[in-house]
Ligand binder design. Structure first.
Ligand code: ADP
Ligand code: ZN
Length: 740
C-alpha cells in the first residue's frame, strides 16, 4: 500500500497537504521536497508519512527531493511537535526555528571551489620531459607536489592554467575536483586561542565529575542540577565531562545565556578544545547567512562535534548527542520572547530525554523550577559548596540607604560613605573594583519640582531617561528619542530637574570623588561599537582600568582575580516590580554580582546599598545561602500557588486602541470561562504593568494550572473560534517569565 507524504508548505500560511510519492523516491519525515501547488511549484518539509485517506480523487505527486537526506532528524521533528503542542503555536513557526532561514532558503548553498589533486608524486622522467616540452604543466606539477595533501585551489594556480590543467587531467597526471569551502566565522583570527590543559580536580569537582560520568552510562540518564557557588569550578567540570563524551565518539551541546555576554566561558571551551578547533562550532547571532548555512551543515554531518550557542542552539542538528550542558540555567534569556515562546533549558531537558543522552544544568543560583525538580526526584542534585581555589566567599555588608538619606538631609548620595571609603582603600592598595547598577543612562527621568510633571515616552507608559553624552531623552522600552526641554512642558517652569540616576551619572560622580581612578562603563549604550565589550574587558583584565561600572551586562560569568570590591548601588531596583519572581531575581542578581569579588589570591568584599535591608532576598544573598532563600521562597510560592507549584501562563491583548484591546480580552475571558477544564484558575482582565509599550495598549489575563497541556489546548480552541478585530493582537505565553 502506498504511503503518502504530509507536507508543510513553506510560507506564512501554514498550509499542510498530502502528496503521493513517486516510485523510487526515498521520502521520509524531515525531508525537504519540491511539490506542485496550484499551478506552481513550491517547497516544503515532510512532517510525516500517512496512510491514504478514503478519497476518490487522485492525489498529486511530489516533484522531487531537495536534499537526499532528511534535514530534520526524527528526534528534532518530535521535539518540534511537542513544542507546538505545549506552547500552543503552529508547527510552521517551530519548523522555522528548527531549520533557520539560511538553511531553508534555496538561495543559500554550499560555497564550492575547484581544486587540482595529485594522487602520487610524478615520476622524475615525466617531470624532466615536461620541463622541456611544457613548462606550464611542469610548474603546476611542482607547485602541487609541494602543497599540503598535494591539492590546491585552481584559482591559486595562476591565470591561464586552465588549458594546461585540462590536458593534464586527460593524460591522467592529476585530478580536478569540486570541494566545499567553509565560510569560517573565526577566520579573521581576532580570538587567537592557546590550548589549555585540564586542571587537577579538587575533591568536590572529582565527585561531581564521577557522578556525571556514572549517570551517562545509564541507558536513560536523569537530568543533573549542578549547584555550585560562584567560583566553585563548575566550568572545569563541564570541560572534563565534555572531553570524556567526545572521546567516546559522541557529540556535545553547550548552551550559554548569551554568546556576547559570556565571552570568558566561550573562550575557555575554545581553549580547551583548541587542538580540535575545526570540530568546534560557536553559533553567534551575528553569523552571516552563508556562515550559518555552513556551520549548520558541518554540525549535521558530524564534522563539528562540540557546539556552543545561546537558546536556539538547542535545535542544532548534532548527530549522536552524548551530553548537553546548560550554563547559568536560571537565566531568563533562555526563554524566547516571541513565537515560538519556548524555554531553551526546558527544551534541552526534553531533547536529552528523546536522545537518551546526559544533561547537566549548572548555576550558583538555580531557578526554583529546577530546584523543585531535584526535590521531587526528577533531577539528581550535585553540589560544589567551596570555591575551587580554596578562597572563602566574599564578605557582604549591607548599607541602609534610609540612614544615609537622613544623614545627608534629603536625597542620599549615590555612593554611601562606607562604599566611598572602601573604594579609596582598595584603589590605594592597587586592587580593582566593580560597581553595579541595573539602570543605564545618566538620570532616571526629568521631573518638574513645581508641578511634578515627568517627561514620558509618547508610546510607552514609562518615563524617558536622560542620556548625557548625546543630550537626549531616550525611552528604554521602544528607543524613542526626544530633545531635553529647557523648561517644564506642562507649567513652563525653568527649574525642571533630574531625578534618580543611572550608570552614566555614576561614572560622572566617580570622576569627581576619585579623580585619580581610571574608570570605564559597560552598558548597552557604551558598548554599541563592535568589539567594545571585549576591548573594555581586556583593558580591565590587564589593569588599565581600576573601576568598572556596569549594568547586568557584567553580572554574568566574569572572572577577574584582582577584583576585591563589588558595590551594588541600588539593590532594590529589581525588587519593586510587579512580578512574583522579583525576590528570586534580586537574590540571583546580588549573589551573581557579589560572586565577581575575591576570585583570586585576595579576599573579596561586597557592599550592597539598599532601602529595604531586611528583605529576605537581600539577607539570604548576604549569607550566600541558597538553601535558606529557596526554603522561604518555596513556601511563599506554595501558599499562593505560583510556579514551580504548577504552571503560570499569560494571555495578552495589544492594540493602538485601548478600548478594543480591553474589550477583546474581556470577550476571550467570557469564552475561556465556559467549559473551563478542572484545575485551571482563570484570572481577571487587567491592564499590564507596562500598560503602554511601542504605542500599543496592553491588557492581560493570568492563568494557572497544574497541567500545562489542557490549558494550552483550551486557550487554542477558544482562540480558533474567535475572530479578532484586525487591529488587536493576542499573544499566549505558557510558562511566562515576563509579566510586564
Ligand atoms: P564557576 O564556573 O563555578 O564560577 P570557574 O570554573 O570559573 O567557576 O572557576 C573559578 C576559578 O577557579 C577559575 O579561575 C578556574 O580556573 C579555577 N579552578 C577551577 N577548578 C580548579 C582546580 N581544580 N584547581 C585549581 N583551580 C581551579
Ligand atoms: Zn517608548
Amino acid at each position: 500500500m502506498p504511503v503518502n507524504a504530509r507536507v508543510l508548505i513553506d510560507g506564512p500560511s501554514e498550509l499542510v497537504f498530502d502528496y503521493a510519492v513517486p516510485a523510487g523516491l526515498d521520502v521520509r519525515p524531515g525531508c525537504r521536497v519540491r511539490i506542485p501547488l496550484r499551478r506552481q511549484s513550491a517547497t516544503g518539509t515532510v512532517l510525516s508519512m500517512v496512510e491514504p485517506a478514503q478519497v476518490d480523487f487522485a492525489l498529486r505527486e511530489l516533484e522531487s527531493l531537495i536534499d537526499p537526506e532528511p534535514l530534520i532528524t526524527p528526534v528534532l521533528l518530535r521535539m518540534g511537535e511537542w513544542i507546538a503542542d505545549y506552547y500552543g503555536c503552529g508547527i510552521e513557526t517551530v519548523i522555522r526555528s528548527l531549520l533557520p532561514e539560511s538553511v531553508r532558503s534555496e538561495e543559500n548553498s554550499a560555497k564550492t571551489r575547484r581544486v587540482a589533486v595529485l594522487d602520487a608524486v610524478p615520476d622524475v622522467t615525466v617531470l624532466e620531459k615536461l620541463a622541456k616540452r611544457a613548462p606550464r604543466q611542469h610548474a603546476i606539477l611542482t607547485l602541487l607536489a609541494h602543497a599540503p595533501e598535494m591539492r590546491m585551489a585552481v584559482a591559486d594556480l595562476g591565470d591561464g592554467s586552465a588549458a594546461a590543467l585540462k590536458t593534464m587531467e586527460k593524460s591522467g597526471l592529476l585530478r580536478l575536483e569540486v570541494e566545499d569551502v567553509r565560510r569560517d566565522p573565526e577566520a579573521d583570527g581576532v580570538d587567537e586561542v592557546i590550548e589549555s590543559q585540564p586542571l587537577l580536580l579538587n575533591e568536590g569537582q572529582q565527585c561531581a565529575l564521577d557522578a556525571i560520568l556514572t549517570n551517562l552510562k545509564d541507558p536513560a540518564p536523569k537530568p543533573i542540577l549542578l549547584l555550585g557557588v560562584t567560583g566553585s569550578g563548575k566550568t572545569e567540570v563541564y570541560l572534563q565531562a565534555a572531553r570524556h563524551v567526545l572521546d567516546l565518539g559522541k557529540t556535545v551541546l553547550v548552551l550559554v545565556p548569551e554568546i556576547s555576554l559570556t565571552p570568558q566561558t566561550v573562550r575557555r571551551f575554545k581553549a580547551r578544545f583548541a587542538a580540535m578547533q575545526d570540530q568546534v562550532a560557536v553559533l553567534h547571532s551575528n553569523l552571516s547567512q552563508g556562515e550559518r548555512f555552513d556551520e549548520w551543515h558541518r554540525i549535521r554531518k558530524g564534522i563539528a562535534r562540540i557546539v556552543i550557542g545561546a537558546r536556539s542552539a538547542v535545535f542544532a542538528p548534532l548527530p549522536d548527542l552524548g551530553l548537553i550542558l546548560v550554563d547559568e540555567e536560571h537565566e531568563n534569556t533562555y526563554k524566547q520572547e516571541n513565537v515560538p515562546r519556548y524555554h531553551g533549558r526546558d527544551v534541552a531537558v526534553l531533547r536529552a530525554a528523546f536522545e537518551s543522552c546526559g544533561i547537566v544544568l549548572g548555576s550558583a543560583t538555580p531557578s526554583l523550577e529546577s530546584w523543585h525538580n531535584t526535590q521531587t526526584g526528577k533531577y539528581d542534585l550535585l553540589r560544589l559548596d567551596q570555591r575551587a581555589d580554596g578562597q572563602s566567599m566574599p564578605l557582604v555588608r549591607i548599607v541602609d540607604m534610609r540612614l544615609e538619606a537622613a544623614k545627608h538631609k534629603g536625597a542620599p548620595a549615590v555612593l554611601s560613605d562606607k562604599l566611598r571609603t572602601a573604594l579609596e582603600e582598595r584603589l590605594a592598595k592597587g586592587e580593582q573594583a566593580i560597581l553595579f547598577l541595573n539602570r543605564r543612562g545618566f538620570a532616571r527621568s526629568l521631573q518638574c519640582p513645581k508641578c511634578g510633571h515627568v517627561c514620558q515616552c509618547p508610546h510607552c507608559s514609562v518615563a524617558l531617561t536622560y542620556h548625557r553624552t548625546d543630550e537626549r531623552l531616550v525611552c528604554h522600552v521602544c528607543g524613542h528619542q526626544a530633545i531635553v526641554p529647557r523648561k517644564c512642558p506642562e507649567c513652563k517652569d525653568p527649574a525642571i530637574i533630574l531625578q534618580g540616576y543611572g550608570t552614566q551619572k555614576v561614572e560622572e560622580i566617580m570622576a569627581k570623588v576619585l579623580p585619580q581612578a581610571k574608570i570605564a562603563r559597560i552598558d548597552a549604550d557604551a558598548m554599541r561599537r563592535k568589539h567594545a565589550l571585549r576591548d573594555t574587558l581586556n583593558a580591565f583584565k590587564t589593569h588599565k582600568i581600576d573601576v568598572l561600572i556596569g549594568t547586568q551586562m557584567i553580572a554574568k560569568g566574569l572572572h577577574f582575580p584582582n577584583v576585591t570590591l563589588v558595590g551594588i548601588l541600588n539593590a532594590d531596583l529589581s525588587l519593586h516590580v510587579p512580578d512574583f519572581r522579583a525576590g528570586e531575581r534580586t537574590f540571583q542578581l546580588i549573589t551573581q554580582v557579589a560572586g565577581r569579588a575575591g576570585r583570586g589570591e585576595l579576599e573579596g568584599e561586597v557592599i550592597v546599598q539598599t532601602f529595604t535591608p531586611h528583605s529576605p532576598s537581600i539577607q539570604y544573598a548576604r549569607r550566600h545561602d541558597f538553601d535558606g532563600f529557596s526554603e522561604q521562597e518555596m513556601e511563599f510560592r506554595r501558599q499562593f500557588g505560583f510556579p514551580p507549584y504548577g504552571h503560570c501562563a499569560v494571555l495578552t491583548s495589544r492594540s493602538n486602541h485601548e478600548r478594543r484591546a480591553e474589550f477583546t480580552l474581556q470577550t476571550l475571558h467570557l469564552r475561556l470561562a465556559e467549559n473551563l477544564p478542572v484545575g485551571i484558575s482563570l484570572g481577571e482582565v487587567l491592564p499590564s504593568p507596562l500598560i503602554r509599550s511601542h504605542g500599543q495598549f496592553r491588557f492581560q489575563i493570568t492563568l494557572r494550572t497544574n497541567r500545562a497541556r489542557p490549558l494550552t489546548r483550551h486557550v487554542q480552541q477558544v482562540l480558533a473560534r474567535t475572530t479578532l478585530p484586525d487591529d488587536v493582537t493576542v499573544v499566549f505565553d505558557m510558562d511566562a517569565l515576563n509579566f510586564s
